[in-house]
Design a protein around this ligand. Sequence first.
Ligand code: SF4
Length: 406
Amino acid sequence: MNDDEPTPKVVLSYGLGEDSTAILLRWLEDSTSRDFGLDELVVVSAMTGDEWDSTRTVIEERVLPRLAAAGVRFVQVARARRHVTIAGDGVVILDDSRSPTRLCLDGAYTLYDEMVEAGTIPQSGGARICSVHAKGDALDPVIARLTRGRPYRHVMGFEAGERRRADKDAGYNTDLRTGEYPLIEWGWFRGDAIAFTESVIGTGVGKSACTFCPFAFANKQNRSEIFARYAADPAVGAKTLLMEHLALALNPAQGLVGGRRLIDMLRAQEMTGVLEAFDGVLAAAPHALYEVRRILRPRKSDPAKLGNAVRSVRIRGRGTEASLHTVLDRLAAEGKAKGLIERQVGEDGIVRVYQHRRGPLFPAIERYFVVAPALAAAKEHANFDLWWAEALTAHHTAPATAASAA
Ligand code: SF4
């Protein structure tokens, strides 16, 4: 980062979408829309590493040249690893320029890396934790470094229909930081923002999101737009399916579309290009034989309900998909002879060989073996074996409480 630059008074968090693009363009076009000089502004973006390429094209071709012409400082950052420190260790500056020409979408340690390493998908219930980690964790220390302990105005692109988000954001104000929301001040909704951007650069910039964002699948209209983008670029759809496939192998409930499986939807839509691309990626991927154990604990206030779950993932072998399925089949045959093992093909089409099936009571336990792409890391809490032993005992002696399996 260029530490010789003057300290900015205004920081725009640029999410690369319609809302923040409209703010930026209006400030560039209409000096009466702001009460600060462009030399007092810094624009910051955190890259998740998985943006749509169409976002790169439109911003590089139509927005960055305007930023460069006005000499506005644009700082692009990303995480270099899963956890970063408040001081900024683990954050990389991808670009820091007053004449930017490229959008550094590739990031460093991407959100996709994080998800497959954990064998999961971004969770769509509640807060957008993925965004907090992939963007917020990278931006916070960089903004602190840019503003050098001086007061600054932190501009967010919430549109007029997002007052609640703005109110929540204002809750993060400090003695130094003051959140500002120009679109709300201007009374601009998303449509107004898009119309303004179109009037300046001839087109909107489209939705900014990760190519696998579960929130983007929220409604039918959005889904069909994303499916069309996958059809246009099957490799992107295949990469998303690979993430979902791995997450499903380790937890059958991890469908990407609010728990429902994306692959089922793409099959129903007969998106053969994407499905064939996925088959190809899967066939080429090195695989692992995973041992998955899960403990589902009861809620303290209501033992019939699930409180929380913990998981252990161990890697029992690596090889080709076919060779590991041979191992899995042998395990199933040997276990079956002892009455210990049950082979099952799930609704997701994935073969799992179970030693313990989760029952209807909590605590419930589950242990199975499964073959999946070798992208997930082995992971378990240091106390997992202890918890497992306790749960195993409780499992065998569980009182006959009516409980719903999670
Ligand atoms: S775009 Fe979606 S998946 Fe990506 S960080 Fe934001 S909420 Fe998470």
